[in-house]
Design a protein around this ligand. Structure first.
Ligand code: MN
Length: 418
């Protein structure tokens, strides 16, 4: 008899996240409600959330409430199993605090890798067996959370940067391979792996050189993992971390679901999706991206004063929620023209959250190109500071001041050291 299972894969909710200090709770709630509906209408049996549930390790009470309310809404529905793994934004201990209670409801949370006193990974901690009501096995999950450097490699003194990257890559690969071996005894049920990582050949949202919101300089971000060898090992790999939905390497059964909301203006053109995956026995059958509705429009207008005025006047906001806009002036502008645009925008239910002069943007890209392709090892702390300043959109004058303060502070620190 063929056994069918339907999985819904999503990630990177970043509950509690703001966009330029604007609250996004209404949008997050809207998504969670839509998700409950999608789970019910698509007859989903298993939900996987592949990391970055919350935006910070200490999410607000209302963000936590949203999350628990969502989980409550799924109890007693077709969605028998829920698997939640920690991302780099999540606090593993916060996520795992209610672990035992949630397990009684068939909700499994893996916040982080577990290691013993010798630093060896407890792989059993990441293996989840999903049983049906009749105790029959529905699927097994290699629920791999975001892996921190220390989880997968031992620091060796004197190791070069390249060696560390290579060790990280090897460590990640070994981690998955080890889990695959442990799960190979299971037949005729899907073996599904999760991951919160940067897979080789993946594309960042808006094709930006760097991904806003994921700009933490973590060695794991540099050690891009080649997933291609796992396409035949696992029935499916549910990935998170990159906000753009895609199939890195082109394999149908290795996917990023992408984030449900645009997390920055660079993502404004991207469709936001969740992924529905069907299995028959151990076999992957199909994966379909379902486009989510956007409760709020995130838009970007570009041009000179006249073009911008026109574009804003002709824009029709399909939502009741005010659209949030970034405007990019292609020519110098005055405070008066900005004020005029602001009031035109207001009439059209748009709020301008950010404005820049393209010249500045261009200078910024030129400047960032100076560093592109360089590894962390080749950059000085001053270079990194400058990159961060450029990314934050500071003016040349401001950057100069920040650099001076930085210099002063590092000098002071060196004096303390001696
Ligand atoms: Mn992430």
């Amino acid at each position: 008899m063929t056994k069918k299972i339907k999985l819904l894969h999503t990630s990177d909710w970043h509950l509690g996240a703001r966009l330029l200090n604007k609250d996004r709770e209404e949008e997050q709630l809207f998504f969670l409600n839509e998700l409950v509906e999608l789970i019910k209408t698509n007859n989903i049996n298993l939900l996987i959330i592949a990391g970055d549930i919350f935006d910070t390790g200490v999410p607000s009470n209302s963000a936590r409430k949203m999350y628990y309310l969502f989980l409550t809404q799924l109890i007693g529905t077709c969605c028998e199993h829920i698997v939640i793994t920690g991302g780099n934004h999540d606090s593993p201990s916060m996520l795992e605090a209610p672990k035992e209670v949630l397990e009684l409801l068939n909700i499994y949370v893996i916040g982080a890798a577990e290691t013993n006193e010798n630093g060896e990974i407890n792989f059993d901690h990441e293996i989840i067996k999903l049983h049906g009501i009749n105790k029959d096995l529905h699927a097994v999950i290699a629920a791999v959370p975001f892996l921190r450097d220390r989880d997968i490699m031992k620091s060796v003194a004197g190791q070069s940067f390249e060696d560390r990257i290579a060790a990280m890559r090897q460590g990640l690969r070994n981690h998955y391979q080890h889990l695959a071996e442990l799960l190979s005894e299971y037949k005729e049920i899907p073996i599904i792996a999760t991951g919160h990582l940067f897979a080789q050949k993946s594309v960042l949202p808006g094709n930006d050189a760097r991904q806003e919101g994921e700009n933490d300089i973590h060695i794991g971000n540099l050690a891009q993992v080649d997933m291609s060898e796992f396409y035949s090992t696992f029935s499916y790999m549910a990935l998170g971390h990159i906000h753009k939905a895609q199939k890195p390497g082109g394999f149908e059964n290795i996917r990023y679901s992408g984030s449900p909301l645009c997390m920055s203006f660079s993502e404004f053109k991207d469709e936001k999706t969740i992924t529905v995956v069907e299995f028959e026995n151990e076999n992957f059958i199909s994966a379909t991206d379902i486009t989510l509705s956007k409760p709020r429009q995130i838009v970007r207008f570009k041009g000179n004063e006249e073009i911008l005025k026109n574009e804003i006047e002709n824009y029709s906001n399909p939502n009741t929620l005010t659209a949030w806009a970034e405007i990019i002036f292609t020519e110098p502008f005055t405070q008066m023209s900005l004020d005029a645009l602001n009031s035109t925008a207001k009439e059209k239910n748009i709020e301008i959250l950010k404005y820049t002069l393209e010249e500045q943007k261009k200078i910024q890209t030129d400047e960032s190109e100076k560093y592109s392709g360089k590894t962390l090892q080749e950059l000085t702390p001053e270079d990194l500071l400058e990159m961060k300043c450029i990314e934050e959109g500071y003016t040349e004058e401001q950057i100069k001041e920040i650099k001076q303060s930085f210099q002063l502070l590092t000098d002071l620190m060196h004096h303390v050291g001696t």
